[in-house]
Design a protein around this ligand. Sequence first.
Ligand code: ADP
Ligand code: MG
Length: 272
Amino acid sequence: MSEEDNKPNINETIIKLEGLSKRFGYGDATSYALKNFDLEVKRGEFIMIMGPSGCGKTTLLNIIGLLDTASAGTYFLNDEPVNRIPARRQARLRAKKIGFIFQNFNLIPNLSIIENVALPLVYSGYHKTRRLIKASEALARFNMKEKEYYLPFQLSGGQQQRAAIARAIVAHPEIILADEPTGNLDSRSSLVVMEELQRIHSEGNTIIMVTHNPNLTHYATRVIYMLDGSIDKDIKTVKDSDLPVPVERKTPKKIFKSRKKSAKKSKKRSKK
Ligand SMILES: Nc1ncnc2c1ncn2[C@@H]1O[C@H](COP(=O)(O)OP(=O)(O)O)[C@@H](O)[C@H]1O
Ligand SMILES: [Mg+2]
């Protein structure tokens, strides 16, 4: 290992979008949800995206979250062009690197809270018991441990969203995407959720959040105003050099590089 590998790469670019467009419809009915969209996201940014309904915010988050693909342009995730990544590896990357928080919580109704939170760990390689322990630990961080065995409908909106945040962070993703996470919450629950997101951010996580609420922008290190599928204004309120440093350094690139080696090793092991 070279010395380079040991240096914390604080200002690493983790997302880069170049000339991204998303087209819907054909011919006369063609419309663009995103138009020639450029964006560079550094590790540790807390970006809030604002803009009128229909300006492309959700489309943007879905593309960044590998739930949707662009019609044109290039999306680099950790310097790798996403369109060259096969679908199966994309699904794995999504589970490992990206945590989602939605406006309507999106908890699976017939699974207990702890089972919901454990879901993203399916790709982790942990045994089920270990996954449930991790989920329980995540819930404890949000004072939700006593609700583990409840079903989602038995919880208030604010509690459901805290469970959804626990689910979003349980696999220690590099990027947390939140689409109007406080949109269905009263102001008290919104505050709790925002404080939790702020705590997650201060631990060095990267967050991209869509919101309609201008009162929340003070939590962000950067606010992007969108209009008709493009960036209208882009305001950084914190210098890149002042962004929070990851609590524990993750080295995702190396993990993926070493995947083949460890796969070979485990094959060898299973042959023995
Ligand atoms: N699946 C789709 N088919 C056709 N048009 C779509 C689809 N998804 C989004 N759009 C259009 O793309 C534009 C941006 O949508 P969206 O990203 O949901 O905006 P926002 O989240 O900012 O409200 C809107 O005009 C919307 O109607
Ligand atoms: Mg939307």
